[in-house]
Write a new protein. Sequence first.
Length: 227
Amino acid sequence: METVVIIIMLAVALTFLLKLTCHRPVACIAISAVAALFTFLCQEVAITQSKTQIADWLADPTLMLDTSVLLTVDVMLQIAFCFLMMRRVSGEKLSRPLQVAFFVTYWFPGLLIFPVLFSLLVEMIFAMPGVDFSTVTWITAGSVLVAMPALAWLLKWLLPEPESRLELMFLVSILTAALGIVATVNGRTASAGTTQVEWSALAAVLGLLLAGTIVGYLWKKLKPTRI
């Protein structure tokens, strides 16, 4: 489970950095400064953590379910940003509602980047025993302030095409959602199968699929030129 959580945090960090490449340099530095400030302000809480307490959190099914909800919301907003940004990159004009949605998703940093920064500070404290907590916090916050713009610039240099970065961001978001499902299960699987079919639930799912198909078809036919 710990390995899955670490992979999720790395995926969240990569998504955040890919999104930074879509911002201007001033905005990128400003967002990195906010992230560094958050890391610095977490000092009082981070120094009270222990490895045993963190292990208990990872083994708590209720906490993992709550985290999965936040992860789902975060992933959906990032995917929405990918689609909206791709339309802007291709020169397509957005309608007013989509412009508002783009503005929200563009400046939305993500819900899970803050727990990732908190975990980074905790791990730095564990990795530097005997060092003053304030010193470790300053080092971590300073590293975040410098590393975020630098890594964003590196990604932009490695992937100069905006379409490639958006595609990678989309794929990483999908991977994050899949790993979130694994983390939610947390090792709990059914021990025995069942041959009973829930016909009402099956009918409801098929009804939703049919309704979505009809709505999409009618929307395409009635408004072929609108976004």
